[in-house]
Design a protein. Structure first.
Length: 208
């Protein structure tokens, strides 16, 4: 049974903080509307467009750890409405996330869309799958031609997700996103340059 994202996030201590700051009634009344334990086509499209995300785990000593994961767009795959998977590429070989997850499978993912100021938060439970343990899964998740070396597949069983409001998200753009956004301006500049050349040619002809 799912308790929704806020049902997981709002603990007794959080409730006390909300009560002390006058927001307890606000969040208790919205919980039913915000709960979701199955991805919809809206989340599927959002996830498929991401080329990075942040994943948080907790160690046996209680310290949190947040790691950035990146890859080609869509490297975080939606296997079904309640399951995500991605290739775990070799990095600095500290294996902090992997080790933490072995002790406590609970994870939280933040997926950011900076240009459109959107943020998807996901609670789930993570498991490690060897590349030879499920070859069909590995073929479906590992991107062809990507430079990263996959060591394993990490699967995440969804517990709940939630969307954040755009407040305080500063828009940021990748070079590819900037190039796409500048296409109309480049086309406009090209038209103006063409008009300018034609005008100069006509003025020169009249002057001659």
């Amino acid at each position: 049974m799912s308790y929704g994202f806020l049902g997981i996030a709002i603990t007794t201590s959080v409730q006390a903080a909300q009560a002390a700051n006058g927001s307890a009634a606000l969040w208790s009344s919205l919980e039913a509307d915000r709960a979701s334990d199955r991805f919809t086509p809206n989340e599927a499209d959002f996830i498929a467009a991401r080329d990075s995300f942040y994943v948080a785990t907790v160690s046996e000593t209680g310290w949190p750890y947040v790691q950035h994961r990146g890859g080609p767009p869509g490297f975080l795959r939606l296997l079904d409405e309640r399951t995500l998977a991605f290739a775990d590429f070799r990095g600095n070989r500290q294996y902090l996330t992997l080790g933490n997850a072995a002790a406590n499978a609970r994870v939280c993912l933040f997926l950011m869309d900076y240009p459109n100021r959107r943020r998807l938060k996901i609670y789930g439970r993570i498991t490690s799958v060897g590349l030879d343990g499920d070859r069909e899964l590995a073929r479906s998740v590992v991107a062809d031609g990507y430079r990263g070396r996959p060591e394993r597949i990490l699967k995440i069983a969804l517990e709940a997700f939630d969307w954040n409001c755009p407040q305080h998200i500063t828009p940021r753009f990748t070079p590819a996103e900037l190039a796409d956004s500048l296409v109309p301006e480049r086309e406009r500049m090209a038209r103006l340059e063409t008009e300018n050349r034609e005008l100069r040619a006509r003025l020169a002809a009249q002057g001659g």
